[in-house]
Design a protein around this ligand. Structure first.
Ligand SMILES: NC(=O)c1ccc[n+]([C@@H]2O[C@H](COP(=O)([O-])OP(=O)(O)OC[C@H]3O[C@@H](n4cnc5c(N)ncnc54)[C@H](OP(=O)(O)O)[C@@H]3O)[C@@H](O)[C@H]2O)c1
Length: 215
């Protein structure tokens, strides 16, 4: 499949492009700056497209079979960018996918978005944006999978994760390497048992493949 990676230059996004290069899929890396193209090619992207979530990026969806949305405004900007990028960027991506007949849509969500009120005042706008983006995606006819990781780390890929469909009761002291998140986002692409599902992930003891079979 030709897989459009939105947020391809991000820390998770770069790992997704790398993961895809090791599969029979082609990564179509969407970046927002010309100078980011070379890095994408080095990582193994089959195609690189320019697109900004705050504008019209519908052209990125040409000849695409699946989408992985892994972009985000990050903690350095405020609630305004959280709205226009994390929320509205995702909503537009789902709309373009519907318009272009791209059925498969994998979204990188976040733990805590099941209950934004419990996340504290600082995190609340972000969690509300992520939750609302997820709900709007769930209301589409797309074959979506929403993967909500806990705290991200830059540790090496382990291939070991724990999946929770009900949501983890405690995440104290736990995290998950970005490389493992990328692995899961790519692994679920062709896993039909994950269509229409939302689940949380953390680093765990079992192979990602085994855990994902039980979703
Ligand atoms: N940090 C955590 O512990 C945590 C936990 C759970 C979930 N998450 C989610 O995981 C996501 C990815 O994490 P990460 O570490 O990979 O973040 P990251 O490195 O900040 O990557 C975010 C990517 O989004 C892109 N982006 C931002 N605004 C854009 C726009 N207007 N148009 C197109 N692309 C845009 C960035 O582009 P540039 O490269 O050009 O800046 C970057 O490539 C986060 O955004 C968050 O929603 C994070």
């Amino acid at each position: 499949m030709n897989v459009l990676v939105i947020g391809a230059n991000g820390q998770v996004g770069r790992n997704i492009v790398k993961e895809l290069a090791d599969t029979n899929h082609n990564a179509v890396a969407m970046v927002r700056k010309e100078e980011q193209k070379e890095k994408m090619q080095e990582l193994g992207a089959a195609k690189v497209v320019l697109g900004d979530l705050e504008g019209d990026f519908s052209e990125a969806f040409e000849d695409v079979d699946a989408v992985i949305f892994a972009a985000g405004s990050g903690p350095k900007t405020g609630a305004e960018k959280t709205l226009t990028i994390d929320l509205w960027g995702s909503v537009k991506a789902a709309k373009y996918a519907e318009d272009k007949g791209v059925k498969r849509f994998v979204q990188l969500g976040s733990v805590g978005s099941d209950n934004p009120d419990a996340g504290g005042e600082e995190m609340k706008p972000y969690l509300v944006a992520k939750r609302t983006a997820d709900e709007i995606l769930q209301a589409t006819k797309l074959d979506y999978t929403i993967v909500r990781p806990g705290a991200l780390s830059d540790e090496e890929k382990t291939g070991k994760v724990e999946v929770s469909a009900e949501g983890f009761k405690s995440m104290e002291g736990r995290s998950i390497p970005r490389a493992d998140v990328a692995h899961v986002l790519v692994d679920v692409l062709e896993r039909q048992n994950t269509y229409g599902k939302v689940f949380e992930i953390l680093q765990g003891e079992e192979d990602a493949e085994t855990q994902l079979e039980s979703v």
